[in-house]
Design a protein around this ligand. Structure first.
Ligand code: HEM
Length: 358
């Protein structure tokens, strides 16, 4: 498309909605730097459609899908504790123990003679759920146990199904807005399952005395959501659902940062695997050669991912422990697919050999 039409391409999508695609670094930077009080990120249509039909459960579309002043109100009332340094300090010991359990799970899941762990993303997804629930609910739900408990299994299946149903409805004609298709029914069933689990937890917590929870400090994010002043209980439940599901799973302007990052004019030898490009001469992490508006896995600006700080901490803790314990290799070629999100072509098989003590 860019080869044929140049660096800025305008298409008309369904219902004549204009979609502008950008590929040049300068254009992407201009869009991402544009100041906006209420940045707009188009909602996931299926979530917006279903939630609007259930005012008994949802007072609005929720933090991820709302726009304008309503988004701003939810963002300022429900995310400060989640993004604070104090929360990162409190969650650190729990994260360390989650990383130990994740490594044990890798150890048990691999083929004893070859060290191959088939379908590594399934384990990674369980890690994401365990850590997000520990952060948001202040509870370990057991996603990393050899035998997963019924509530955790229900939640894990529902989050996976919700992601697939959101992707399938996104890529199909939106007839599900008029007739209930199988993807739409699958979406509704998974959203309802997640809602029921979270709703029960919130209702139970609201009946308990405050200090029952506040002593150990790990429930800080959960309590801050429960106690958020002037926020409807429906908003609190929806925020918890979004935090848990968002951690695992957009006139529209698409910034093709992936394509721009594969362009030699932005990164020398862009298609070559060169982790050292991110390391400065003094051995520290370097941002000198990194264009800050091309490498944006968590977005930028006011609407940036509120889980960023937590995920960056989690990656350090978990990766450090994996590298201490295993020699990591990959079985085959790592291929990426654009499946709603950029994801490894599943199943990806990692080879995890015990690191020999020196
Ligand atoms: C590897 C992990 C993650 C990645 C790569 C990621 C990436 C992103 C991106 C790109 C956005 C859109 C930002 C924008 O529009 O500028 C976003 C939004 C969001 N993320 Fe994450 N995220 C991750 C994990 C998490 C976790 C663990 C949580 C919850 C604890 C979370 C909660 C959210 C929420 C609630 C939003 C919507 C924010 C808003 O619209 O105000 N994410 N994320």
């Amino acid at each position: 498309m860019f080869r044929r039409y140049g660096n800025i391409v305008k298409e008309e999508a369904l219902w004549n909605i204009p979609v502008v695609s950008l590929k040049s670094r300068e254009d992407i930077e201009k869009v991402l730097k544009y100041p906006s009080k209420y940045p707009m990120r188009p909602p996931t249509e299926v979530t917006a459609h279903y939630r609007a039909s259930r005012p008994d459960r949802y007072a609005n579309l929720g933090l991820v899908n709302e726009q304008g002043e309503e988004w701003h109100r939810l963002r300022t009332s429900l995310t400060p504790e989640l993004t604070s340094g104090r929360t990162m300090n409190k969650i650190f010991p729990e994260l360390t123990s989650i990383a130990v359990d994740f490594n044990d799970l890798i150890h048990h899941s691999r083929n004893l003679s070859t060290g191959v762990v088939h379908n590594f993303e399934e384990l990674a997804c369980r890690l994401g759920l365990e850590s997000s629930c520990a952060l948001i609910l202040g509870e370990r739900l057991g996603f990393l146990d050899d035998i997963i408990g019924p509530t955790a299994q229900k939640l894990a299946d529902a989050v996976k199904e919700q992601f697939c149903a959101s992707r399938d409805t996104f890529y199909s004609l939106p007839i599900w807005k008029f007739v209930s298709t199988s993807s739409y029914r699958q979406f509704v069933a998974s959203e309802d399952t997640i809602y029921d689990v979270i709703s029960e937890m919130v209702d139970k917590a609201e009946k308990l005395e405050e200090d029952t929870y506040s002593s150990d400090g790990t429930r800080g994010v959960f309590l801050s959501i429960l106690k958020a002043p002037g926020v409807d209980v429906r908003d609190k439940k929806a925020a918890i659902i979004d935090f848990i599901a968002a951690g695992i799973k957009t006139t529209v302007v698409l910034c093709h940062t992936w394509l721009a990052s594969l362009d030699d004019s932005n990164f020398p030898n862009a298609k070559t695997f060169m982790p050292e490009r991110w390391i400065a001469e003094d051995g520290t992490c370097s941002s000198v050669n990194c264009h800050p508006f091309l490498v944006v896995p968590f977005g930028v600006g006011r609407r940036t991912c509120p889980g960023k700080r937590f995920v960056e901490l989690e990656l350090q803790v978990v990766l450090a422990q994996i590298i201490q314990r295993f020699e990591v290799d990959f079985d085959g070629e790592l291929e990426l697919d654009f499946e709603f999100l950029l994801a490894p072509h599943a199943p990806s098989n990692f080879i995890m050999r015990d690191r020999l003590a020196v």
